[in-house]
Design a protein around this ligand. Structure first.
Ligand SMILES: *Cc1c(COP(=O)(O)O)cnc(C)c1O
Length: 240
């Protein structure tokens, strides 16, 4: 095993252990949390090392970069490739054809394009709806800052739920960046409440997945109900 694989393996396993500790602390089954290893801006050698170190799910932010890696690492057929970054309209086809899962569905327009390309490729794409719970103008996702206005989300979400080639599986958030993990907790709590709201509004839809938490705050995210955490630098090191 190369030094790089050894190093990543150590960090990957220690991340899994911390996830398990946080899950147990919250009375949750550690197996209900899936670890997405975020490899955006990392060269393909690092991604391969992450796979050899045990990573099962890889997270990429840029469609073209992700597709290049998916194609060069196609011999590792057991890994899943998740798109976690904003998808521009003109990249919808790449995502529809190559990725296994999309965390960052953030508009009705993108949803319709993805649905069309998935139909043409005869694929179904599991998706999470991205919400902006921090009220930041720069962030994507449906505005869910003001809890008293969550009802206004229902019409658009209903439209997405009718698209035959997208399978809604839950929700995702990238809250404002703070100095420490505790800063994120109220946003994670809000996402959990939003999940419960959506489950109540759409009892026929699967909203069971909750994607939140990065290197900085994944333990808090697990305590508050995350089923996917997206961890990059803490496992594969700083991005170039
Ligand atoms: C980069 C990124 C992450 C991982 O961030 P780290 O700080 O490297 O753990 C998670 N989610 C999204 C959407 C990202 O863009």
């Amino acid at each position: 095993m190369s030094e790089l694989v050894k190093q990543i393996k150590e960090r990957y396993e220690s991340t899994l252990e911390k996830i398990a500790i946080s899950a147990k602390k919250a009375g949750r089954n550690p197996e209900s949390v899936k670890l997405v290893v975020v490899t955006k801006s990392q060269p393909v050698e690092v991604v391969q090392a992450a796979i050899e170190a045990g990573a099962k799910i890889l997270g990429e932010n840029y469609a073209e970069e992700g597709v290049t890696k998916i194609q060069s690492l196609s011999s590792f057929s057991a890994v899943e490739w998740h798109m976690i970054g904003h998808v521009q309209s003109r990249k919808a086809q790449l995502v529809a054809e190559h990725f296994n899962f999309l965390h960052s569905l953030d508009s009705i327009k993108l949803a319709k394009r993805l649905d069309r390309f998935c139909g043409e490729a005869k694929r179904k794409l599991p998706v999470l709806l991205e919400f902006n719970v921090g009220g930041e103008e720069s962030k994507g996702g449906w505005d869910a800052f003001d809890e008293t206005r969550w009802n206004e989300l229902i019409v658009e979400l209903n439209e997405i739920l009718t698209l035959p080639n997208l399978q809604v599986r839950g929700l995702m958030a990238m809250p404002p960046l703070g100095d420490d993990a505790e800063f994120s907790r109220p946003f994670f709590v809000k996402m959990k409440r939003l999940q419960e709201f959506l489950m109540k509004q759409f009892p026929q839809v699967d909203f069971s997945e909750l994607s939140m938490g990065t290197s900085l705050d994944y333990e808090v995210a697990v305590e508050e109900g995350a089923t996917f955490v997206r961890v990059g630098t803490a496992i594969v090191g700083e991005r170039k």
